[in-house]
Write a protein that binds this ligand. Structure first.
Ligand SMILES: N[C@@H](CCC(=O)N[C@@H](CS)C(=O)NCC(=O)O)C(=O)O
Length: 201
């Protein structure tokens, strides 16, 4: 059985939701903050999510897990599909732009050797997230999902990032399509349960 190293409200929520939606049994291990020394053998960065696969191999990086699990359980277009590039683009955009801006917002003191820089780093991170939500919203457009009619792992990852915004109601007010998408995904009972456990609206 796979083992998901997780923390409520962290990036593990999307992995948990994908596994739940797929109906795959897995074990959850709660990693407290700060991560204990023993966890550094699993992920030297001390970050969740980490995923131990059936053969004992450890995966880190949420986007890698999302793509791997999506391929296994049917939440991604096949490599030869014309929709594959779009799937990879949005998933990686969220993981490398939005997720990273979110980390700068939450841990601004980590991004400079001078702690007095933290407020400016945080303000800029929030501005970056605003711009990135705009890009995400434009990418979704008026389609039901990021791949049009086809639900994919990108639709599981996006609501998690939206829920991390500094001001979620403001994001929804500015981008009603992200709100509609959020609600559409949360209408899936298994995912709704995971969102609830992770304190997501
Ligand atoms: N690039 C990593 C980022 C993971 C990450 O930063 N996780 C956060 C929670 S959302 C964490 O565990 N932070 C604890 C820390 O850095 O001390 C991924 O996508 O999995």
């Amino acid at each position: 059985m796979m083992k998901l190293y997780a923390r409520a409200g962290a990036g593990s929520a999307a992995i948990e939701a994908l596994l739940a939606e797929a109906g795959v049994p897995f074990e959850m291990v709660e990693v407290k903050k700060p991560a204990p020394e023993s966890f550094l053998k699993i992920n030297p960065l001390g970050q969740v999510p980490a995923l131990q696969l059936e053969d004992g191999a450890i995966m880190t990086e949420s986007a890698a897990m999302m793509i791997y699990l999506a391929d296994l359980y049917g939440f991604a277009p096949k490599p030869e599909s014309p929709r594959r590039p779009r799937f990879l683009k949005w998933l990686l955009f969220m993981a490398t732009a939005l997720y990273m801006s979110d980390l700068r917002m939450y841990y601004p003191e980590r991004y400079s050797t001078d702690v007095s820089h933290a407020p400016g780093i945080k303000t800029k991170a929030i501005a970056d997230m605003d711009r990135e939500f705009e890009i995400l919203s434009n990418g979704l457009g008026e389609e039901p999902f990021f791949l049009g009619e086809d639900f994919s792992a990108a639709d599981i990852y996006a609501p998690m990032l939206v829920s991390w915004a500094a001001d979620v109601p403001a994001v929804f007010a500015k981008h009603p399509n992200l709100k509609t998408h959020y609600d559409r995904v949360a209408a899936r009972p298994r995912i709704a349960e995971v969102w609830k456990r992770n304190g997501m609206p």
